[in-house]
Design a protein around this ligand. Structure first.
Ligand code: SAH
Ligand code: MG
Length: 196
């Protein structure tokens, strides 16, 4: 049996260490979707310390599984420890490496693909998500409004490339006719797309 009481501790560690784990209102929004569809398979791009994957694992169908990809080995270690602590090792598989290298090797179909990693790569992640998401499934991307910068006309040079790429990403998502998509101004900005 899983030990979900550790979630609070994991969240506290994430917030204290400035790890960009899911914001509460964003988590709530995604949770409503998961409760409705009871996914069998979830793919996550960007594990960090495993917080979101552990949260999502509560809403899987029986025998449901999450694959989650993380590029930084320290984060992978922390995620694995947290997954053990919560006793959800049978529900969550962490894949270590650059998602852009790992995704082409995945061939399962997922009910939900959650994109929550390097903002400059969202378009490439999305192409793979489209391939891996089932018809009727969801592709969800977090942080698409990037602290309000995506919808404002001023941004610092440092963030300009990511901001432009995210604007481009949002256009691609909203214009795709194979999807029914929404841009939601919640947390740091979320796109939710249903594959038709
Ligand atoms: N989903 C997590 C937060 C993820 S933070 C949660 O809400 O709890 C984003 C993570 O993506 C970071 O840990 C970062 O190391 C990872 N990341 C960034 N680029 C990546 C890539 N190309 N492939 C895999 N992981 C990546
Ligand atoms: Mg995020």
């Amino acid at each position: 049996m899983a030990n979900y009481e550790y979630i609070h501790e994991i969240k506290k560690f994430g917030r204290e260490n400035k790890i960009p784990i899911l914001l509460d209102d964003t988590l709530e929004y995604i949770t409503e979707i998961l409760k409705k569809i009871k996914p069998k398979r979830i793919l996550e791009i960007g594990t960090a310390i495993g917080y979101s994957a552990i949260c999502f694992s509560q809403y899987l169908a029986e025998d449901g599984r999450i694959d989650t990809i993380e590029i930084e080995s320290l984060r992978v270690q922390e995620a694995l420890e947290n997954i053990e602590k919560v006793e959800v090792t049978d529900k969550i598989r962490v894949l270590e490496g650059d998602a852009l290298e790992i995704l082409p090797y995945l061939h399962e179909e997922y009910d939900v693909v959650f994109i929550d990693a390097a903002k400059g790569k969202y378009i490439e992640f999305f192409e793979q998500a489209l391939r891996l998401c089932k018809t009727g499934g969801y592709i969800i991307a977090d942080n698409v409004l990037y602290k309000g910068m995506v919808q404002s006309d001023y941004n610092k040079h440092k963030q300009r490339t990511a901001v432009n790429k995210l604007r481009n990403f949002i256009d691609i998502v909203l214009e795709n006719k194979d999807l029914k998509s929404e841009l939601i101004d919640i947390g740091d900005g979320l796109t939710v797309s249903k594959k038709l």
